[in-house]
Design a binder for this molecule. Structure first.
Ligand code: XUL
Ligand code: CO
Length: 440
């Protein structure tokens, strides 16, 4: 338990006055809030790719962090060292879940997918062996269908049927691994499922083929006993100029069009929401009102940068409003996966822990404050009152969808002009949120 991070103790809750950087100030796993423990509200997960693989390489420079864990990268020994380091990391933080892409957990064989699959069998056996007797489980699996050059024109949306089959083959193994590891979900993030120019793109065929890929993976998954949720992770752009899973509303419309909405839900990522011109809260609300809330990729972007910076969440306004949506929707079926990476200069082992601590504490404080907003009730009752005209008379008929156009027109004629619809009171409501956030 103390091999890869020897200087890091088990991270414990010490409360908001603690100055110990290796402690939780707000995340107190067994504390009960609104009838559930914090750890039930907040099923945190570690993202294999950022935490155990990414070493700070960017388009302008080499890696800055050592993620070799004492073994040569690109080998199965390294793959196993990452499993051991990951488990030590999760245990020290009290994180119960992990998520990965196929190629995060093994080196891909460039010439033979069967050899890659054999390695996946070996490493998933190893993960099962090493997590046996612990409470560490797989939240979701996914496949990297965007990194390899074969996916340069997309995966399910590729112009090449051969490439489509490689995507399908990877996804087949991915869902088999989800079943083997008892994962709650399987994620599709359409990294290259989009286009650079419509001049070379048959959009109708590409979209239909993506739906076919989803359908055959769903059918195969169900046939081998996968009971979890499939997730779409919307993102509007990056790496492609336009991606088909633009945002939650687009993805939900797509799922309904192809009859996939019973098996698929949303995996909402905060920074993807802002790239789509929405707030994180908006994407969660769209998912919730469509009964499509599934899982969350927790991170935050930077409003001054136009790309997916995948920073660890530290903005309490955002985590509060996210938890407000999640709690009101009845909680997450999936979890809160930190699809977040350390900044490139934050390159030590300690930084890996500080990052998760700030992320977990930010969601814990967000949960505490969201519960206070709900218990306070002023916002809920304001919204309730604001729509009171739909509680009786013609309003009730509108709400129930039974009204006719003639009835509406007759109502308007009788009134001659409508009463003032009432102030939206935005500043008053923002003041309530600030009061609850900062009253101590
Ligand atoms: C990319 C992203 C992915 C998905 C999984 O922006 O979020 O890491 O979460 O493929
Ligand atoms: Co993500």
């Amino acid at each position: 338990m103390n091999q890869y991070f020897p200087n890091i103790p088990e991270i414990k809750f010490e409360g908001k006055d603690s100055k110990n950087p290796l402690s939780f100030k707000y995340y107190d796993p067994k504390r009960v809030i609104l009838g559930k423990t914090m750890e039930e509200h907040l099923p945190f997960a570690m993202a294999w790719w950022h935490n155990l693989c990414a070493n700070g390489v960017d388009m302008f420079g080499q890696g800055t962090a050592d993620k070799s864990f004492g073994v040569a990268p690109g080998t199965m020994e390294h793959a196993k060292a990452k499993v051991d380091a990951g488990i030590e990391f999760m245990k020290k933080l009290g994180i119960k879940y992990y998520c990965f892409h196929d190629v995060d957990i093994v080196p891909e064989d460039p010439d033979d997918i069967s050899e890659t699959n054999r390695r996946l069998d070996e490493i998933t056996d190893y993960i099962l062996e090493k997590t046996a007797g612990t409470d560490i489980k797989c939240l979701w699996t996914t496949c990297n269908m965007f990194g390899n050059p074969r996916f340069m024109n997309g995966a399910g949306s590729s112009n090449s049927a051969d490439v489509f089959c490689f995507a399908a083959a990877q996804a087949k193994k991915g869902i088999e691994n989800a079943v083997k590891l008892g994962a709650k979900g399987y994620v599709f993030w359409g990294g290259r499922e989009g286009y650079e120019t419509l001049l070379n793109t048959n959009m109708a065929l590409e979209e239909k083929n993506i739906a076919t890929l989803f359908r055959i993976v769903r059918d195969y998954g169900r046939s081998i006993g996968f009971k979890g949720d499939f997730y779409i992770e919307p993102k509007p752009k990056e790496p492609m100029k336009h991606q088909y899973d633009f945002d939650a509303a687009t993805a939900i419309g797509f799922l309904r069009k192809y009859g996939l909405d019973k098996d698929f839900r949303m995996n909402i990522e905060a920074n993807h929401a802002t790239l789509a011109g929405h707030t994180f809260q908006h994407e969660l609300r769209v998912s919730a009102i469509n009964n499509m809330m599934g899982s969350v990729d927790a991170n935050q972007g930077d409003m001054l940068l136009g790309w997916d910076t995948d920073q660890f969440p530290s903005n309490i306004y955002d985590t509060t409003m996210a938890m407000y949506e999640i709690v009101k929707a009845g909680g997450l079926r999936g979890g809160l996966n930190f699809d977040s990476k350390n900044r490139r200069p934050s390159n030590t082992m300690e930084d890996m822990f500080y990052a998760y601590i700030v992320g977990m504490d930010s969601f814990a404080l967000g949960l505490i404050k969201a519960a206070e907003i709900i218990e306070d009730g002023r916002i809920d009752s304001f919204v309730e009152e604001r729509y009171a005209s739909y509680n009786e008379g013609i309003g009730l008929k509108i709400r129930e969808g039974t009204v006719t156009l003639e009835e509406c027109a007759a109502h308007a004629a009788k009134l001659k002009k409508p009463a003032d619809p009432g102030s939206g009171r935005q500043e008053y409501l923002e003041g309530i949120v600030n009061n609850i956030l900062f009253r101590g």
